[in-house]
Design a protein around this ligand. Structure first.
Ligand code: ADP
Ligand code: MG
Length: 296
């Protein structure tokens, strides 16, 4: 670093270095398909942004990836550029048993290795419709299990959850091997977290013994504020092995990308946010591989 370099020049150089390192990185492929539920009952914390960009990063690294949009808002479907008008074959049809997952999956227009099960507004009625069904918590799990029985090449399935702990999130958590919890590095970040963890523990006890918290991902991190650093420090103190080292910076590019129907890798592939999501995806893949190893 020369004495004439500015903070901006240093930052640009750091991003370039991180990018070069990531280009050489090998993403370990999970030994068996892994289902990740991206969940947090708080809205606007970066669930969808994380589900979409982690999925694209993993798919670009050569993994076979499926995103199941399980939020009636269909934001993940929008961001991934797939049709989700009412009536489109979607997660709603999978949950009501009308269609199989394979019948709803559409190819991502941007990434070869990525398929999407879209969510339409029809899904907003699903929780009520399913309330009377027996085994209603296991519908998505059964659909995924059936799919994987004949599609063994799938590496990762990410389920984007709605901002509640209702039946849609419950189905995602019962299907999942791991939960990825995005947390916004701001005031009240920890509020509600204990409830989420309690819910996860209950599900592990009664419905899905495989379930673990795979990662806590700090989003919208603003390194100019003490607050972001304080939230990060507090989370790392409570959950030392769970919080990913990588944090996702606050970035206008990330919030713009969905309006172009694309991920950060289509919108600003060389910027800090793309580098951050790719790094987070690598860390996640490494953790999955490591836990598999220690489980034998
Ligand atoms: P959730 O799915 O948890 O409701 P979203 O991923 O939709 O959250 O994010 C909420 C809003 O914040 C969206 O408008 C999104 O574009 C924006 N956003 C998400 N992550 C970031 C970030 N790192 N920097 C800036 N804006 C972000
Ligand atoms: Mg969302």
């Amino acid at each position: 670093m020369t004495s004439s370099s500015t903070p901006l020049a240093e930052q640009i150089a750091a991003v370039a270095r991180a990018r070069a390192e990531l280009e050489r990185a090998v993403f370990p492929r999970p030994a068996k398909p892994t289902v990740l539920a991206v969940a947090n009952q708080k809205g606007g914390v970066g669930k969808t942004t994380s589900a979409v960009n982690l999925a694209v990063a993993l798919a670009e690294a050569g993994m076979s990836v499926i995103v199941i949009d399980s939020d009636p808002q269909g934001n993940a479907s929008t961001a991934l550029g797939v049709e989700h008008r009412s009536g489109t074959p979607s997660t709603y049809d999978v949950l009501t048993g009308e269609l199989t997952l394979a019948e709803c999956l559409v190819q991502s227009p941007q990434v070869e290795m990525l398929k999407v099960c879209p969510a339409t507004i029809d899904l907003s009625g699903a929780e009520l419709e399913l309330a009377a069904k027996t085994q209603r918590e296991f519908i998505l799990h059964q659909a995924i299990t059936d799919h994987l029985a004949v599609n063994r090449h799938v590496d990762v399935i990410l389920v984007d959850c709605p901002p509640s702990l209702g039946l849609l999130t419950l189905n995602a958590l019962v299907s999942a091997d791991r939960v990825v919890v995005p947390i916004q590095a701001e005031y009240y970040a920890l509020e509600g977290l204990s409830m989420l963890i309690q819910t996860i523990n209950r599900i592990r006890e009664y419905l899905n013994p495989r379930l673990t918290i795979g990662a806590i991902l700090l989003t919208m991190f603003d390194k100019r504020t003490n607050l972001s650093a304080e939230v990060a420090a507090e989370l790392r103190a409570y959950f030392p092995d769970i919080v990913l080292d990588t944090v996702i910076p606050r970035s206008v590019k990330l919030s713009e990308a969905p309006s172009f129907g694309t991920s950060i890798f289509g919108h600003d592939p060389r910027g800090v946010a793309a580098v951050a999501y790719k790094k987070a995806a690598l860390e996640l893949a490494q953790r999955i591989a490591k836990v598999e190893e220690s489980n034998g």
